[in-house]
Write a protein that binds this ligand. Structure first.
Ligand code: FAD
Length: 480
């Protein structure tokens, strides 16, 4: 039972708001993006600044409360919320400061990707991240961050220069390549295990308008398209990104009526090179097989990164399963073709996001992201507005994944996982898990932050770990 005097004191100390179950805003504030998640925290601390975060972390620790950290609330497994405990909600912290000459931006952890794109695009700059503008910068960055610019500019974690964070003991620290190096290593892929990140310093790049958009082909051409796409993306220049998808065409404009509600396959392209050369780059793509729909053309980065927002509003029910993939062999192609045709609802989908190119250049131990050699991060997402279909969409996603998993690289992108247990987390981090566990043991020994893809604290000799890996990382991932 919470001591109400302590709660009243917490409420008074915050510049933001403290939301409790009897508050009129409670149901709105506890909602997350995935409609399947229905959790009821005792307290939601909507923090207005770093001091509020320190106060909330101290309160959580002193009152032994289960603690969730929320940035955009987009996590598929609902890890930005918890039952009974406290949510440290960062959504009011939306400051962004762009330094155009240095090509950097300080971004507070409550920003969405749309906030970041908006602020940087004004200067003709961008940082690579995800493909929906509504996703929170906090969760996506801490787990990795992949999207339309990954092959050209790397993952979001490859563009983090610095972060400010509040640790479990309430201390406020800076982590970068020279200060708290272990923490800096851990937060670039290790998720929300190590503390509450209050702001990130991102590297920006002069990318403003790209040549991009979806191309769709008939479902019965998917085997041929998938084979061609695989060869193409494995040898494509870094400037060209394209993720493969199975989807159902939405029944409204701008999609032509004759395609409405048709199951199809497609590739969403993004060419970030010289725009004058774009048509030439797409000549062989367009001539391979005439697409049934071709929406590819010049597009500002923020438009591309919000193109699908309206198709996937908050509150839909999601169940997703993921894996990293090196190669799509004949057996895997057959499985894709079968389950692509069996998508259970119009919003259900399967995406293969390429992570070769620039995203594959760092070594497997340079950050916690231990699948730098994989070609794709795959996600199979069963999605529908009607909770009555939850079993149907979950079953399709699980069956599809089960059939494909033997042909995968083993682990999965943490941000595309539900709560799937320790073995999946270990499979994902591989030999980086040990170092993450050691850093957790130092920064959060009592596991205050455990509503996440959890790393269990365990002390090891980090210096010895690093030198054992440095020899290995030489020569890693030289190809795609
Ligand atoms: C529609 C949709 C589209 C997506 N598209 C992409 C995509 O293109 N690319 C991609 O890489 N991923 C994508 N994702 C996955 C996304 O990266 C994860 O869902 C991510 O967890 C969302 O971050 P969030 O801050 O919105 O989530 P939240 O639910 O707020 O938080 C998720 C997790 O991150 C931790 N966390 C969040 N903020 C902080 C912080 N400041 N400090 C410490 N821990 C924190 C929390 O503990 C929690 O475990 C998508 C998800 C959805 C639902």
């Amino acid at each position: 039972m919470l001591n109400q005097e302590n709660v009243a004191q917490l409420k008074q100390s915050l510049r933001g708001k403290l939301i409790q179950p009897n508050d009129p805003d409670y149901d709105t504030c506890r909602k997350v993006y995935n409609g399947m998640i229905d959790k009821k925290p005792a307290l939601i601390a909507k923090c207005a600044n770093v001091t509020d975060v320190i106060t909330a972390v101290n309160f959580a620790r002193e009152n032994n409360l289960l603690t969730a950290i929320r940035s955009g609330g987009h996590n598929g497994g609902g890890l930005g919320i918890c039952n009974d405990g406290i949510v440290i909600d960062l959504s009011m912290m939306k400051g962004i400061h762009v330094e155009p000459e240095a090509q950097t931006a300080w971004v507070e952890a409550g920003c969405t990707l749309g906030d970041v794109d908006h602020a940087t695009h004004g200067f003709g700059l961008a940082t690579p991240s995800g493909i929906f503008s509504t996703t929170g910068i906090g969760g996506i960055t801490l787990g990795g961050g992949l999207g339309h610019l990954s092959r050209h500019l790397g993952l979001a974690i490859d563009n983090v220069l610095e972060a400010n964070m509040v640790l479990a003991d309430g201390s406020y620290v800076k982590a970068n390549a020279k200060k708290n190096e272990d923490l800096f290593w851990a937060i670039r892929g290790g998720g929300g295990n190590f503390g509450v990140v209050t702001s990130f310093l991102f590297k920006l790049h002069p990318v403003s308008t790209v040549y991009a958009g979806p191309m769709l082909w008939e479902l019965d051409e998917s085997e041929e398209i998938l084979r061609w796409y695989q060869d193409l993306i494995k040898s494509a220049p870094d400037e060209l990104n394209g993720f493969f998808a199975f989807l159902t065409v939405p029944p409204f404009p701008p999609f032509p009526e004759h395609l409405h509600l048709r199951k199809m396959c497609g590739v969403v392209w993004c060419y970030a090179g010289d725009l004058d050369k774009a048509e030439k780059v797409f000549e062989p793509i367009r001539s391979f097989k005439k697409p049934a729909l071709d929406f590819v053309g010049p597009m500002p980065v923020p438009v591309l990164n919000s193109l699908f927002d309206a198709l996937m509003p908050p509150g839909l029910n999601w169940y997703w399963k993921a894996d990293f993939v090196n190669e799509i062999n004949d057996e895997a192609i057959d499985i894709h073709v079968k389950y692509g045709a069996e998508m259970p609802t119009p919003l259900s989908t399967m995406h293969l996001y390429p992570i070769n190119g620039v995203a594959s250049r760092p070594g497997n131990n340079d950050t916690p992201w231990s699948y730098r050699g994989a070609t794709w991060a795959m996600v199979i997402a069963g999605i529908d507005p009607d909770p009555a279909n939850n079993d149907k969409i979950s079953k399709w996603a699980k069956d599809y994944w089960q059939a494909l998993h033997p042909y995968s690289a083993g682990g999965a992108y943490v941000n595309f996982m539900m709560e799937e247990g320790e073995d999946r987390v270990k499979a994902t981090y591989g030999d980086n898990y040990e170092r993450l566990a050691a850093i957790k043991a130092k920064s959060d020994p009592e596991t205050l932050f455990r509503v996440n893809q959890n790393i269990k604290p365990k002390l090891i000799d980090v210096v010895a770990w690093s030198s054992s890996k440095s020899a290995v990382s030489e020569g890693q991932n030289t190809g795609n």
